[in-house]
Design a protein around this ligand. Structure first.
Ligand SMILES: Nc1ncnc2c1ncn2[C@@H]1O[C@H](COP(=O)(O)OP(=O)(O)OP(=O)(O)O)[C@@H](O)[C@H]1O
Ligand SMILES: [Mg+2]
Length: 491
């Protein structure tokens, strides 16, 4: 027992100090680390074994059939129909149906030229209405598109009207194409007679034309009274009083609001008490245009006229910006009447009517005007009249101010947008995408595309099933003439 104990004791290694043992552990760790395979190296070696091309130099191998390097690939030319190519290269090849019309820009996917004319597209059965909605955030290029497209259409013989140009940016376009501009508003000597008959409709007999002028004057005066009073409608005896006054003036060559005012004052002494009272009330309402706060722009025969034969006719309303809302609404009334006259009867023709800041025009309905009602009525006859209305809007949410969800006004405004068979969407904020997707029928990819669009780039939805991503291209002269950011540097 003593021997075996001794043996055990003698076979033990000599006792090592704590420091030595720590040294040993460190050494062991180092050796193990050295022997451990390097994960990245192993991965790289495996990749090199399996995918030999991963070692390919950036410029590619210097081989004959190099597909990615500097050596040129020269495949034999192959000719195929656009239908076959469309199947072989979906999304890259145009369908072959080249839309007709003026050049707008470049198809961003196929790099082919993109042209569009609403009337040609309508004749080809691509769209069922001529109206166009152009949506996009501020500065995304909506006006630039409208200006370049409209001016090219004008050069091809179409007519353009801009009844309300709040930023006076279309005057340059009119000058560029050889059109005309008139300015209205405070500080301008020009007068606009709200009761002007406009250019006679040659398709009507003289008698029918007179009846039409009388009906138009009646409607205009009633709209003016409603607008000034902010009430829904006139009382029955007021309708009679207005009709009587206008009938008495029917023989005059020119009839102005001032004439109507004086006639109503005469009738305020009518033996029929009701008519006398109604005439007096109406005269008091119209007095604001004759001698009150709205006197000036509308109290005489017109000194400026809308020329339906000009290639582009624009109405500079920039001076109305600080004018009171009634003055603005009255000017809209006058210019809308001009455009209606220029686009109806024998004056009918292919004409684009550009509604810059369309949401504001529609909003005037809320303040007693008839912006929305006029638009809805106009859209009903637009196809027949050959008019293409272009509505420029920042976002769908702008229409919410017209009323609560589901209210008649909001439904009408949305219907107006839904009827536009050509929808051009410029960049939209992320928060607007969901609502726009619902209204404009986008899928998730389209929403993503619109969110990331650059300046001057738009997603075009034409009719029920045509789509294109288009970059609006301008010549240097067009760019310098149409740009709105005056202090910006060169492109
Ligand atoms: N296709 C384009 N090519 C080059 N520059 C463009 C293009 N479209 C727009 N721009 C530049 O963007 C600026 C703003 O464009 P534009 O006036 O059309 O914006 P907008 O969408 O009408 O803005 P707002 O809603 O404020 O009226 C132009 O002045 C121009 O410099
Ligand atoms: Mg604009």
């Amino acid at each position: 027992m003593a021997d075996s104990q001794q043996l055990v004791l003698s076979s033990r290694a000599p006792l090592r100090s704590r420091r030595d043992r720590a040294e040993d552990r460190k050494e062991l760790h180092r050796v193990r680390k050295e022997l451990r395979p390097d994960k990245h190296r192993v991965e790289a070696e495996r990749e090199a074994r399996e995918f030999t091309f991963s070692k390919m130099p950036r410029g590619g191998w210097k081989l004959d059939q190099n597909l990615r390097g500097r050596t040129r690939v020269d495949p034999p030319a192959h000719r195929a129909s656009s239908k076959t190519l469309g199947a072989a290269y979906p999304f890259l090849t145009e369908s072959g149906e080249i839309l007709r019309g003026p050049y707008i820009g470049e198809n961003m996917l196929s790099r082919s030229p993109f042209c569009f004319d609403m009337w040609d597209a309508y004749d080809d059965g691509v769209i069922k209405s001529h109206s166009v909605a152009i949506l996009g955030v501020k500065g995304s290029g909506k006006s630039m598109l409208a200006k370049s497209w409209a001016s090219r259409l004008a050069l091809m013989g179409r007519h353009i009207a801009v009844p309300h140009d709040p930023n006076a940016e279309w005057s340059k376009v009119a000058a560029y194409v050889g059109g005309k501009t008139v300015a209205v508003g405070p500080g301008i000597d020009a007068k606009v007679n709200l009761l002007d008959p406009g250019t006679p409709d040659e398709s009507l007999t003289a008698q029918a034309w007179r009846a039409q002028v009388l009906a138009d004057r009646r409607a205009t005066l009633k709209a003016v009274v409603n607008l000034l009073r902010k009430t829904i409608d006139l009382a029955p005896e007021e309708h009679t009083a207005l009709d009587d006054a206008l009938a008495d003036l029917d023989t005059n060559a020119t009839v102005t609001v001032v004439d109507a005012f004086h006639k109503l004052r005469e009738h305020s002494k009518d033996p029929d008490e009701d008519i006398a009272h109604a005439s007096r009330r109406l005269a008091h309402t119209l007095r604001r245009l004759v001698a009150g706060d709205l006197a000036g722009p509308f109290d005489g025969p017109s000194t400026i006229r809308f020329d339906p034969t000009a290639p582009i006719m624009t109405v500079d309303t920039s001076r109305l910006k600080n004018a009171n809302p009634e003055m603005q609404a009255l000017s809209r009334l006058a210019t809308s009447a001009w455009v209606r006259n220029a686009t109806s009867g024998s004056n009918r023709g292919k004409r684009v009517v550009v509604h810059e800041e369309a949401a504001i025009a529609l909003m005037n309905e809320v303040h007693g005007g008839s912006g929305l009602k006029d638009r809805v009525a106009d859209e009903k006859t637009a196809r027949h009249a050959g008019t293409s209305n272009w509505y420029l809007l920042h976002r769908i949410a702008d229409l919410d101010a017209l009323g609560d969800e589901g209210s008649a006004m909001q439904t009408q405004a949305r219907g107006l947008l839904a009827d536009c068979e050509t929808r051009v969407s410029y960049q939209q904020h992320a928060g607007e995408i969901a609502r726009s997707s619902r209204m404009l029928g986008w899928n998730r990819t389209m929403g993503d595309v619109v969110r990331k669009l650059g300046k001057g780039q738009g997603l075009w939805q034409i009719g029920p099933d045509r789509l294109a991503m288009v970059r609006n291209k301008l010549t240097d002269l067009e760019y310098d003439t149409f740009r709105t950011d005056a202090q910006g540097g060169p492109r």
